[in-house]
Design a protein around this ligand. Sequence first.
Ligand SMILES: [Zn+2]
Length: 605
Amino acid sequence: MAAGTALRLLRRLELAIRRPDLDLIVPQGHAHLPGRLLDPFRASRILAFLDDEGLLRRRRLHRARPATPAQLRRVHDDAYLESLERPGALVRAVGMRLPDRSEQRVLETQRSMVGGTVLAARRAAAGTALAVNLGGGLHHARRDRGAGFCLYNDVAVAIAHLRARLRFAGPILIVDLDLHDGDGTRALFAEDATVHTLSIHGAPWDEAGAVESTSIALGAGVDGERLARALESVLPPLLERFRPRLAFYLAGADVARDDALGDWRLDDEAILARDLYVCRELRRRHVPVVYLLAGGYGDDAWRYPARFLARQLCGRCIEPPTTAEQVLDRFREVAHDLAPSRLSGRDEEAPLFTAEDLAALGVHTPSTRFLDFYTPSGIELALERLGYLERLRQLGYDRPTVAFDLANPSGHTLRIFGNPDRRELLVELRCAIDRSTLPGFRLLRVEWLLLQNPRGHFTADRPALPGQSHPGLGMLRETIAALVLVCDRLKLDGIVVVASRYHPATAAQGTLRCLDPDDESLLNSLRRALEGEPRVRAARLAERSGLADAVTGERIGFRPMPMILPITPALVARFESAEYQKRCRAGERVLRVVGPETPSAAGAR
Ligand SMILES: [Zn+2]
């Protein structure tokens, strides 16, 4: 959570005393790759966290300019660079055909990352101990082609810049600890004895060596201890022999055990220890370090470099918030500045009688406002301020349009379309105010929530789940945070939703609690039994009673269940009560997979 004002002041004082020699460089732009798991907001989440903790020093913060064509041409073929401007040119490197605008955005974002690495390298060459680019590490790109999301090789471009413009002649070491092989960089310096590429990775991408290189493939399932042993056996002797004058460190977080793509098992402590070790070994020998984020997939990947940077800046460990907490914090700050009258179109804070009150009296008035409060322009204003609509634009939907449908008796419906022609539906939310599910509490009942990207494509790492006709929008956290703001605004105790499918239910668990503790224990038991199963198979097993109680043999499956996001302290306390916890534990049982019930068998029951 964000530090309080006093704490921030204290941190600033600490910074002033410690004066860590650290420059922070921020690349511009954030390109979404549909269906891909690279969080386009990694840099901004890290910055927001450091700022919240009072660890951002404006003087040492720099915006990256995009790399110039001349800089890129020092490394890449003219023909290749020109080919990147043609539509469809990115298919090879990113593995899919993107809309032209998205292609341009990807190119601009990567050019800015290269510019960031060039700037970081210049700062380090000028003597900064640690120059951090919040991006970069595009290590698969080669002279004449891109691969693995990498279009330009930022490290090679930066080194060429140092050699050509700054006459920096000393030996340069690249420590590439991303999960993936630094094959592109190694190939680019295959003949250059002044640059050593050390890559420790899972699987090799290319067996070809170089005059100065060390490649170690550790295979799958590597943990922190295993990596540390490899690193400690190779890095110090290499430093003694090669004596670099500058180092690039690719601190890929795709080695994390919760990484969305990777298969290594490093925990947060192991990754922090890895980063601290590399920097300590280099700094002990007075080698300036250019630190690059490199890989890291999933919404929480930003927390690894964030933890390292906080530690470098203030010398202590500060645990970054979860992404969901950070989004909600940011949303609440924005919401605080929005006057209720701008959302509701009313001058007064609350009308004498709400439609809800009148309905209770038997007077039914057709509502003109969403949840009897928000006007369409009020919702649009709020979503704009929260950056929600901007994210939709970044997905290629130029003019997101909000529409209401208030006629359905089961709840008010809010839809967001990609454009005013209303052909592409992105968000559909139906909800109502609920006084009956939990007596004594007023809840926001979400009847239906659809978040989909009609222009997205399913991919091998994100296949279609049961019931999905388009890939998700990737904005569940932001949507939930926006709903929490609705509850804040309308003084509701929490959100209730009926989870009707296994995956959304497990994904929400932790943030949402099952209303019934028996459901909570069922979900825990299912999750444990299905750990390691591929997503699609796990859903099928759970939803078609493909498990059995290990003791009684009774067939067990997922059932639709009401889940609650408690917001007010009174409701939070209910789910933290010893009584609720005890009932959750008591209901857990050991399940084993027996295979899904076939439709005919299910029908024969
Ligand atoms: Zn990687």
